[in-house]
Design a protein. Structure first.
Length: 288
């Protein structure tokens, strides 16, 4: 497995693969890899000849007062895991390699319809930062396939829309949410939790699952939704969460509110334990 920091070395390797008629996938990450990331690499490996994993904590997608400085950076351990899995290339540029122009930077705008609610509302500028770095990575790596996780559902939709809107010839794959044994969605930020918070955290998925079951079992979910949503919110607070940022039931495509199960929808939830925000979601497929 090659580990390259600079764009020239990356391009030299890609040129060889291109000349040999090979296909490759990109799995973009911010590092501190866990089994969720590794599952995306395995998914990528089943579709192409070679897999590139990028590891870059992107300053553009962090807001004022967010955890950019403290975000865990564990490159050596990440590379060990990727090597064991048979990954072919790790691209881990410095910030100055990816953003060499001090003080100015052209940006890609995320679709405002998809990006203005939920994470976009709570983290202004976040999705413009995400799509800008993903666009740069796509231009640099020119992958045939790119893989993202369902855990960051809104991010998935925003990137899917960008790829379609800007006509990138890239096949996108969505990897399912990898969970711990107690069903907590794996996330690098889980390590910010203390022991008490970690015991509370799995309630997020338990409450969300009950909410999904209630929707599927109800004849007129639109009537019961405000009540069951408020109840779920209350259950999270009683379980020990400090705040519920949002619980939403939205269309899988345009992320607007839905009121029945005739179209594919998704339940999104974000709740806080202390300052740590935990994301989770469950897709609801219409009955046949
Ligand atoms: N539990 C998971 N299962 C599957 N994919 C995941 C999981 N967690 C993250 N991913 C995906 O891995 C990719 C890189 O995400 P990232 O490096 O931000 O990891 P993370 O664990 O989500 O970190 P953070 O705690 O910062 O949200 C994204 O496409 C993300 O959706
Ligand atoms: C897609 C991504 C790697 C862009 O920095 C990041 O938002 C993430 O890790 O989900
Ligand atoms: N996994 C999403 C990236 C972020 O929170 O910045």
């Amino acid at each position: 497995m090659q580990v390259v920091q600079d764009i020239a070395a990356l391009r030299a390797q890609l040129a060889q693969w291109r000349q040999a008629g090979k296909t490759w996938a990109l799995v973009p990450t911010m590092g501190n890899l866990h089994a969720g990331h590794l599952s995306l690499v395995s998914l990528a490996q089943s579709h192409v000849d070679y897999v590139v994993v990028s590891i870059f904590v992107n300053p553009l997608q962090f807001g004022e007062g967010e955890d950019f400085a403290q975000y865990p950076r564990t490159l050596a351990a990440d590379c060990d895991q990727l090597q064991a899995l048979g990954c072919d290339l790790v691209f881990s540029p410095s910030a100055s390699e990816l953003y060499p122009t001090e003080g100015r930077q052209s940006r890609v705008s995320a679709d405002p319809l998809l990006a203005s609610r939920f994470e976009g509302a709570l983290r202004p500028g976040h999705f413009d930062g995400v799509v800008t770095v993903v666009a740069k990575l796509f231009n640099l790596v020119q992958p045939h396939v790119a893989v993202f996780g369902q855990k960051d559902y809104q991010q998935w939709r925003v990137i899917q829309a960008m790829v379609a809107d800007l006509n990138w010839p890239i096949q996108l794959l969505k990897g399912p949410i990898a969970r711990d044994t107690d069903d907590l969605a794996l996330s690098s930020r889980n390590q910010y939790l203390d022991a008490t918070q970690r015991r509370i955290a799995p309630q997020l998925y338990q409450v969300l699952s009950k909410l999904a079951q209630a929707i599927v079992a109800t004849e007129h979910p639109m009537i019961s939704w405000p009540g069951v949503c408020a109840k779920a919110q209350q259950e999270l607070i009683v379980a020990g969460f400090d705040e519920v940022d949002y619980i939403a039931w939205v269309d899988q495509q345009d992320l607007t509110d839905v009121m029945d199960i005739t179209k594919p929808s998704v339940l999104l939830v974000v709740a806080r334990l202390g300052t740590t925000r935990l994301l989770d979601n469950i897709e609801i497929i219409p009955p046949l």
